[in-house]
Design a protein around this ligand. Structure first.
Ligand code: ADP
Ligand code: MG
Length: 704
């Protein structure tokens, strides 16, 4: 790593990007590939051979020995199987390096162990990976050397999606078709494609590697299952946007350089609200590229941390009592000509196309609030949503003053005649140059906020893929666009029809708009009065995947079949049960083998001390006795809670996989875990620090 970095020089150097393709591929092949990328035209086997050959030559120049189809099964992480480029030995005993078009386009990992939700039985477990040429291939350098990574989709023998990528690409096709229809109605004859643009802000924690290893809960589950609050938390707000520690700065520099080489536009970095919490945001990209980039970001954050003696925690809630981590998913729609459909301009009331788009999005989010909520459901995210640090579990839309005013004009009169104008910011200091402030303030408590020229979906968990959220967004908005186009294409008077439709959409779906404080108790009541769903935890969201409404939506736009939805539902219940089971068993292990023995040691030391003091003829042992009584009573409580947790966990393990089991974990096992944590955290506050068997919150959060 050089001390000073020439970003422009290293950016994208390990990516088989447009510039490389243009330079290396024969003109005709380049042109055809571009057409495939932009318009989805078929690619001939001969073309694929040429591309594969050039890709291999380029990768070998970068030091690559292997290639891999890189895919995203439903495990939450990416998967890969490596093959070297070597051929069978020639008669002279040497080998050649080869990579064919077939190998580029199609892979068949023996991936029968990935969750398929019953879509594949293991005896007929063929699964294919298929090249996604819309997301560029790249060479990754790590301990394995250099590997050519080819982004792929992963599906079953019969073409059912087994991954995050396939439905995402399908949903991008759906929104493209419907958005183009809508643009044509407004006279746009030149745009060829509408692409969802996505920017995902990634939050994470950094902790000391050695201390991490001393905590089995962090090792096995990614979060602490025990831990008393340190004397200081985040209450002083001195970490948020504070000066970044040198050790962390060096880490961020290293992360950025790795990401830039891989063509990931790492842009913003800062300290977050909680101690040891940070954020990294790239510049937005096409949805499928951003989904891949976000996976690359998460992997890079983790890999580089270990080279700096740290561990990167991506879990949504590594520490109870301090803020958890999320991932804001910024979303807009852009044409291939660079026009953003969500840009209101300076006078939104005159921008009819924008207002129609906005009214459709409101309708989509209102009709499918449950699905949007489900898309962010994740085991770890249950600790955040509705806990006054992240949006509530209730979906609502923040529009801000200006757009809400325009919406209300349309609702009451069918016409919008004015837009609230922005004003000069007056700081009272002459030396500060004037500028116009934004027409609307921010609202950090809203799950779905309009922020100037994009919507920011703030519910996604930090560890989760952003694909499901974007699949839902793309598809529900495609449906609303379709319903609008069906009406408008038939209209005799377009002007009147479009106003009627906007008025109808805004009127029928204004209940989803909420500009107030999403963290307040009042909002929960108000939302209930408005009839908005409040799905408080992951298991409660899963059924929404197969509601009649959801099946109709996803089948209509070719995003999921009913069988695929059923499979995903099954996988989600199983994932939930497995994750809680691991947490419960980790608690049982830590409490039984580490915590209870440590407390026994402590109480024995106290008892020995009392005896020694009494033997020495001093009778004042009140303090020691009080501590002994307190510790013994908490120890008893711990042991009882531990036994109960053992019992319910054993019971859960007996149950058949599925909904009932997942609910049993939620309703029985989680409360038993909480009951065990309580006395243990109280014990941590009184037991000698030298005896306590693991690093404390204070050690982890303040001594990276
Ligand atoms: P903040 O929301 O904190 O003000 P930014 O405005 O910098 O932050 O944007 C946060 C993320 O949103 C970044 O990843 C940024 O690239 C992305 N973003 C900005 N504009 C758009 C857009 N039109 N569509 C999608 N994402 C966008
Ligand atoms: Mg933001």
């Amino acid at each position: 790593m050089s001390e000073y970095t020439n970003v422009a020089e290293i950016f994208g150097e390990d990516v088989f990007n447009d510039a490389v393709m243009q330079q290396r591929l024969p003109k005709k092949v380049y042109k055809d590939l571009k057409q495939t990328i932009l318009e989805g035209k078929d690619l001939s086997p001969e073309m694929a051979d040429v591309i594969a050959h050039e890709m291999k030559e380029w990768a070998i120049e970068k030091g690559a020995t292997h290639y891999t189809h890189w895919f995203q099964p439903l495990t939450g992480v990416t998967a890969e199987k490596h093959d070297s480029f070597i051929t069978a030995p020639l008669p002279n005993g040497k080998v050649l390096m080869s990579f064919s078009g077939k190998e580029l386009i199609k892979g068949e990992p023996d991936a029968s162990s990935f969750p398929s939700g019953g879509l594949r039985a293991t005896f007929e477990a063929r699964g294919y990976t298929a090249w996604d040429c819309t997301s560029p291939a790249f060479v990754r350098h790590d301990a394995a050397g250099a590997t050519l990574c080819i982004p792929t989709a992963f599906c079953s023998y019969t073409g059912e999606a087994l991954d995050q990528k396939t439905p995402l690409l399908r949903s991008m096709q759906a929104i493209n078709t419907q958005a183009l229809r809508l643009l044509r109605l407004f006279g746009d004859t030149t745009s060829k494609k509408v692409i969802p643009s996505v920017g995902a802000e990634q939050e994470y924690f950094l902790v000391n590697d050695e201390k991490f290893r001393k905590r089995k809960d962090l090792v096995f589950t990614g979060r602490t299952l025990f831990g008393a609050m340190p004397p200081k938390g985040q209450e002083m707000d001195d970490h948020y946007l504070g000066t970044i520690r040198q050790k962390v700065s060096a880490y961020m520099k290293h992360v950025n350089e790795e990401l830039w080489r891989l063509g990931v536009t790492a842009k913003t970095q800062h300290n977050e609200a909680a101690p040891a919490q940070h954020e990294l945001a790239p510049i937005y990209a096409e949805a499928n590229v951003e989904v891949d980039h976000n996976q690359i970001i998460m992997q890079t954050l983790k890999r580089v941390a270990s080279q700096h003696g740290m561990k990167c925690l991506l879990h949504e809630k590594p520490f109870a009592g301090v803020n958890g981590s999320g991932k804001h998913n910024n979303w807009s729609l852009t044409t291939d000509t660079g026009y953003n459909l969500l840009d209101p301009g300076n006078t939104p009331h005159e921008n009819i196309q924008f207002l129609l788009v906005l009214s459709c999005i409101l309708k989509a989010v209102d009709v499918h609030a449950d699905l949007l909520r489900e898309s962010a459901a994740d085991v770890g995210n249950d600790h955040r949503l509705g806990a006054n640090e992240a949006p509530p579990a209730i979906i609502s839309v923040f529009l801000g003053d200006q757009l809400t005013d325009v919406m209300n004009q349309l609702i009451t009169t069918g016409m919008a005649k004015s837009s609230i104008e922005s004003e000069k910011l007056d700081t009272g200091v002459k030396a500060i140059p004037d500028f116009m402030r934004d027409t609307t303030d921010r609202n950090r408590t809203s799950p779905f906020a309009f922020t100037g020229n994009k919507f920011e979906f703030r519910m996604v968990g930090s560890r989760d893929s952003i694909a499901p959220a974007n699949v839902v967004l793309n598809t529900i908005v495609a449906q609303a666009f379709k319903e609008a186009c069906d009406v408008l294409e038939q209209a005799d008077n377009f002007e009147i029809a479009v106003h009627d439709l906007m008025k109808k959409n805004f009127t029928e779906h204004q209940r989803i708009v909420f500009n107030g404080n999403g963290y307040s108790e009042d909002w929960v009541k108000e939302a209930e009065r408005r009839g908005l769903p409040n799905l408080s935890c992951m298991v409660e969201t899963i059924e929404t995947l197969t509601s009649d409404k959801a099946v109709k939506l996803f089948e209509e736009f070719g995003v999921f079949t009913e069988a695929e939805l059923e499979a995903r539902k099954e996988i989600k219940y199983e994932t939930y049960s497995k994750a809680i089971n691991i947490e419960a068993r980790t608690m049982i292990d830590m409490a039984g083998k580490q915590i209870v023995p440590a407390v026994i040691r402590y109480t024995k030391e106290l008892a020995d001390a009392i005896n020694a003091i009494v033997a020495a003829g001093v009778l004042d042992v009140d303090v020691q006795s009080e501590l002994l009584r307190e510790a013994s009573s908490l120890l008893k409580e711990t042991q009882e809670a531990l036994n109960h947790l053992r019992q319910v966990t054993a019971q859960a393990a007996e149950m058949e996989d599925g909904k009932d089991k997942a609910f049993y974990y939620r309703k029985q096992v989680i409360p038993a875990m909480e009951a065990l944590r309580k006395p243990v955290d109280a014990l941590e506050m009184i037991v000698d620090k030298d005896i306590w068997p693991m690093p404390s919150y204070g050690d982890l959060l303040f001594e990276v």
